[in-house]
Design a protein around this ligand. Structure first.
Ligand code: DAH
Length: 346
């Protein structure tokens, strides 16, 4: 067998066992590289007589061409194989019916806050409220000044604010700025509700978190009274908690309402006995509320001699804690599935 033929046979066998592109390139180097088989054959040509040299030279060039083509072909094959495997692995069975649980759509997978959010949105939607979103980053005007909390007002101190370096923007400390944003957007009469996260530099304990949640509602119409406000709050309490929850209303100071109130509910963890959540008081603040201050209406471009309104802000986490008997607010952001899975039967 000529040297050329045996080289080709050897090469073909080696090529057939090349599984990866790297194998092919290594084989290429050992045949066509500087120290490769083909160069060795060509180097040996000089020892042959001119006739054999010409013939073998031609055969060697033919071999080089065949090797080059075979290598390219093998590379193509390997590429195609790779694509085929990828396609097979990636194939999506569009007829596959995923279980609700896999998708996280199973009722059992809902976070307590989400469950309350749906109830609250359902209730308010059925009462004709719009549902508004606010922004986490607010400015001084919307978070404070427009809500009748000017600079130097002591009410600012009660809300340990995370300020940005510009001294103008902050992480909103309450959902009340949505009242201002709503008034910028609507002409009276209107009613809307907004649910979202708020931030305060709090000392963290069983009932305080740095990031927590509030529900804000605002109604502006003609001749609005505290009676209207109480009707809404009672509906909300009976929808989200049991209706036999004992509540108490006491006067409270919030600069953006006049008169202002705080509505407390009997602690549902200890049923009034006293615990860490209610700080042994037996009562938990459910919401701040009141009739919208004329200055706030004016800031929203609304004539307070013609229109009046009420607003309330609810601690959404506390509401969830009371509804589900959760004794530590830190669980809300704990990202612990064992915690969420406990709410299967609710
Ligand atoms: N924004 C108040 C807070 O975070 C709660 C509040 C009180 C909201 C009275 C209201 C209200 O809308 O009328 O403490």
């Amino acid at each position: 067998m000529s040297e050329i033929l045996s080289s080709w046979n050897e090469f073909s066998q080696a090529l057939a066992s090349c599984a990866t592109e790297a194998d092919v390139f290594n084989l290429k180097a050992s045949y066509l590289g500087k120290e490769g088989t083909l160069n060795k054959i060509l180097k040996d040509l000089k020892n042959l007589d001119p006739e054999d040299r010409a013939r073998l030279g031609q055969e060697a060039n033919g071999l080089k061409q065949r090797i080059t083509e075979a290598l390219d072909q093998r590379l193509d094959e390997i590429e195609r194989l790779k694509v085929d495997t990828l396609l097979k692995e990636d194939r999506i069975d569009v007829t596959y019916r995923a279980s609700m649980r896999d998708l996280g759509l199973n009722e059992a997978a809902y976070h307590p806050l989400t469950r309350i959010e749906r109830d609250v949105e359902d209730l308010f939607f059925s009462m004709g409220f719009d549902i508004l979103d606010g922004t986490y980053i607010e400015d001084d005007y919307h978070n404070f000044s427009a809500l009748n909390i000017p600079p130097e007002h002591p009410a600012r101190d009660t809300q340990d604010t995370f300020w940005f370096k510009d001294g103008v923007h902050c992480l909103r400390t309450q959902t009340s700025p949505v009242q201002i944003r709503g008034m910028e957007q609507y002409k009276p009469p209107f009613k809307f509700v907004s649910l979202g996260k708020v931030f305060r530099n709090e000392n963290i304990d069983a009932s305080h978190e740095m990031a927590f949640h509030q529900i804000e509602a605002m109604v502006v119409d003609k001749d609005i009274s505290v009676g209207h406000m109480m009707h809404f709050l009672e509906s909300l309490i009976s929808k989200t908690l049991r209706s036999d929850v004992t509540v108490r209303l006491r006067t409270g100071y919030f600069p953006f309402v006049e008169p202002g109130f705080e509505l407390d509910i009997q602690c549902q963890i200890c049923h009034g006995e006293g615990c860490t959540v209610c700080k042994d008081l037996g009562w938990v603040e459910f919401c701040g509320c009141g009739l919208v201050h004329p200055k706030v209406l004016k800031e929203g471009g609304i004539d307070s001699t013609e229109w009046s309104g009420f607003a309330f802000g609810i601690g959404w986490d506390r509401l969830a804690m009371m509804r589900y008997g959760i004794s530590d607010i830190r669980q809300m952001h704990g990202a612990d599935l064992r915690f969420i899975k406990q709410f299967k039967s609710y």
